[in-house]
Design a protein around this ligand. Structure first.
Ligand code: S3P
Length: 173
């Protein structure tokens, strides 16, 4: 098993914020898969979705995930919400280190995301953002739970408290 710490979960669960806190505390490197896609393409995530569709985004995302296998320094990884849909990505994540699922209720996700325009999967959503998030969460929840070594319920917790729980849970393993 690798030595990295990988945060998975839905958009709005706090992965990027908590990963940055953990990287600071542990003196580890930080990698955010969405930020890598942006760095590689020079485009924002919504631009990649508009210009190349979700398919192009997912293949760029998978290329970033594959690179996790060869990172040399210990790295805290914020894994974008949809990366777990690809079985090959799940295999890489499993082998890369400890996988922590930041689990949140859909209403928590909706409240945290507010009206943000930077999540293409929430664009439009005539059924409402809460219903859209609940549907995506229901479809992915079994994948997140199956992949996770540790689950942290993040509802009502501020990011530093989530980081405390992640550190405690990982230390116990
Ligand atoms: C997505 C999550 C986003 C981003 C894209 C698609 C998803 O990342 O990759 O909007 O499919 O859940 P975050 O989970 O970091 O928000």
């Amino acid at each position: 098993m690798g030595e990295h710490l990988l945060l998975i979960g839905m958009m709005g669960s706090g992965k990027s914020t908590v990963a940055a806190i953990l990287a600071g505390r542990l003196g580890a490197d930080l990698l955010d898969t969405d930020a890598e896609v942006v760095a590689v393409t020079g485009r924002s995530v919504p631009e990649v979705f508009v210009e190349g569709g979700e398919g192009e985004f997912r293949s760029l995302e998978s290329a970033v995930v594959r690179r996790l296998a060869s990172l040399e320094r210990r790295t805290i990884v914020s894994v974008a919400g949809g990366a777990v849909l690809d079985p090959c990505n799940r295999e890489v994540l499993r082998g890369a280190g400890s996988v922590v699922f930041l689990r949140a209720r859909p209403d928590t996700l909706a409240a945290r995301l507010g009206g943000t325009g930077d999540r293409p999967l929430l664009a439009g959503a005539p059924e409402g953002r809460l219903a859209r998030l609940a549907a995506i969460d229901a479809a992915r929840r079994p994948l997140y739970e199956d992949l996770a070594d540790v689950v942290v319920d993040v509802d009502n917790l501020a990011p530093p408290e989530v980081a405390d729980r992640v550190m405690a849970a990982v230390a116990e393993r």
